[in-house]
Structure formats: C-alpha cells, structure tokens
Design a protein around this ligand. Sequence first.
Ligand code: NAX
Length: 329
Amino acid sequence: MSKTPIRVAVTGAAGQIGYSLLFPIAAGEVFGPDQPVILQLLELPVALDALRGVAMELEDCAFPLLHGVTCSSELETAFAGANAVFLVGSKPRGPGQERADLIRENGPIFTGQGRAIDAVADKDVKVLVVGNPCNTNCLIAQAQAKRTNPANYTAMTRLDQNRAIGQLAARAGVPVASISGLAIWGNHSPTMYPDYENARINGKPVTDVITDEAWLDGEFLKTVQQRGAAIIKARGKSSAASAAFAAMNHMRDWFRPTPAGEVVSMGVSSDGSHGIPAGLIYSFPCRVDAAGNWSIVQEVELSAKARAKAMASADELLEEREAIKDLLG
Ligand code: NAX
C-alpha cells in the first residue's frame, strides 16, 4: 500500500533556488523513493505567472510521487497542513546595502510566515530557513511558534559544510566521501567557522593529512567564508543549484537518523551547549535520532583559537538579535 503523501511548502518557489529544488523533491530525492509529496508553492503576486510556468514543467515531468501542486500568494494556502517547509523567498541584498538594513527589511516577512505556519501547518512541521540572513530570519519565525515545536525551526548552513568538505577533499586529493565530522559553527555569514580540528580524512585527523596549518587557518577558512561572494563574482548570480542541493541534504538528513560517525551542520536553537548563548539560532554539529529529533553533539571540543572564532560568530548573532528584538515579541 502506498504511503500517505506529505505536504511540502516552498516559498520563493519561482526563484533560482526554487527552480533547482522542486524537481528533486518531486523525484523522491529528499523524502524517499516511496514517499508521495504534494508541493504547496508560495510566491509574491508579481511572480505567480512565472510560478505557474514552473508548475507546468513539474506536470510535464510526470513524477509518479508528485500527488499535487498548488501555486499561491496566500500564506495560509501554502502552509496548510505542511509537514515540511522550505522558507527560501526573501529580498536579496541590494548593491551596497548593509547587512543590518537587510535584516530589518526581511524580518517582517518571517514574522508573518512564522505566524501562518504556526496557525495552519502540521503540528510537527519541520521548517528550514534558507532566505538570508537565515539564522536571524529563523529566530523571527520561531518566535511565533506557540502550537508548533520551536525546536523544529532551523537555518541552513549545510551549503557551508558542503563547501568546506569540497575544499578539504580537493586539497588532500581524496574523494569527498573520505571526509567525515566536518561541521560549521555559527552564523551563515563570513564569520562562520568550519571546524576542521574535529573532522577526519579516511579516519585520521585532518591535521595529520593536511599538515599545512597556515593553509587551514588562512586560505581554507577564507575560501569557505567568502565562497558565496566568489560565486556571485564568477557567475554574476548567487549560488543556486548548490544552495538547493544543500537544502535537500538538510531536510533529507532531518527525516532520517544520522549514520554512525557522521554529523550534520544545522542552525538550531542553542540550549547553551558549548557556551553559546541560549536562544540564538546557531550552527552546531548535530545528529538526528530515529524519531527525527536533532541534538547538538556534545563530544567535540574546540581549541582556544577555534573557540574564539565560534564565539565571534555568536557575538554577531547577538547583534543581529538586538537589531530585530522588537520582532520577537
Ligand atoms: P531569487 O531572487 O532568485 O528568488 C527569490 C524568490 O523569492 C523570488 O521569486 C521572489 O519573488 C520570492 N519572494 C520574495 N519575497 C517573498 C515573500 N515574502 N514570499 C514569497 N516569496 C517571496 O533568490 P534565490 O537565489 O532563489 O535565493 C533565495 C534566498 O536564499 C536569498 O535570500 C538568498 O540570500 C538565500 N541564500 C541562502 C543560502 C544559505 O546558505 N542559507 C545560500 C544561497 C542563497 O544566497
């Protein structure tokens, strides 16, 4: 007997990331090859025609697992009964715009979306915020969670994890599957810290294989932290396919137990673990249990230099929280 379809809401669905995200979801690459899905897509009214075009293309793929698509600019329609939500849509940072201004501009979007999710989504809905600044946008949406589970509001740092793994694998000359335990700490911003000290290459500490610590603390960190800007410079557009793939990874890995020995980077609500201020949406190494609940990995230690970087990113998040504190009530 086939499974009951799950409802998957995606905002900003006619945008670049949406275009790379919807088709693999419909193909079963996120929720499993036997799990039917209903896609509930949200767009601004101005982009609804484009969204209908995307819906036509979805139809033209004749995905056996795709049991329905709705296109709407109504929050309550898009989030009704949703089991999983990808909050992708938000305003991009304008030329020369300060991060603080972007936070103020995008914040209210997430108040409204958070409120609607809490009102009409499934009680156990899992929410992933991709739209930037994703950690603080997630905090704003989570503040509305009264009926839904506040722990189920997360932000995406998986792209940063994947980028870091790619860089280490290239430097060590090994396949990416040889890298384990690499996690991102902090904010999805240039202050993030990819913790290579607790990562392994073919089971050995990274620093035993890549002995050039100047490269690890210099070029490696800089490349990962600045990768988004490098892609915009090269492509003329921000990362889209890689961001969509990371969003798929994040959600897939939240719906299944984490394989032994692995960790997943997720921006989650800090409970004060590792000295990170409680309540921030902060990226930690996480593991997911058989019931689909994440927990922060406790058995990792940061060296003094790594801790300083992790705390600097927490300080940035504290500043962001201060800038939108009126939206958290
Ligand atoms: P696009 O500009 O291509 O698409 C965004 C779409 O969202 C547009 O179609 C727009 O109409 C829609 N939209 C805007 N406000 C909306 C609202 N209130 N409700 C519903 N839809 C709305 O951007 P795209 O390249 O797809 O990027 C989307 C977001 O992802 C941006 O905020 C971007 O900064 C963020 N990113 C986050 C990453 C991460 O790792 N967390 C990496 C990639 C990406 O930069």
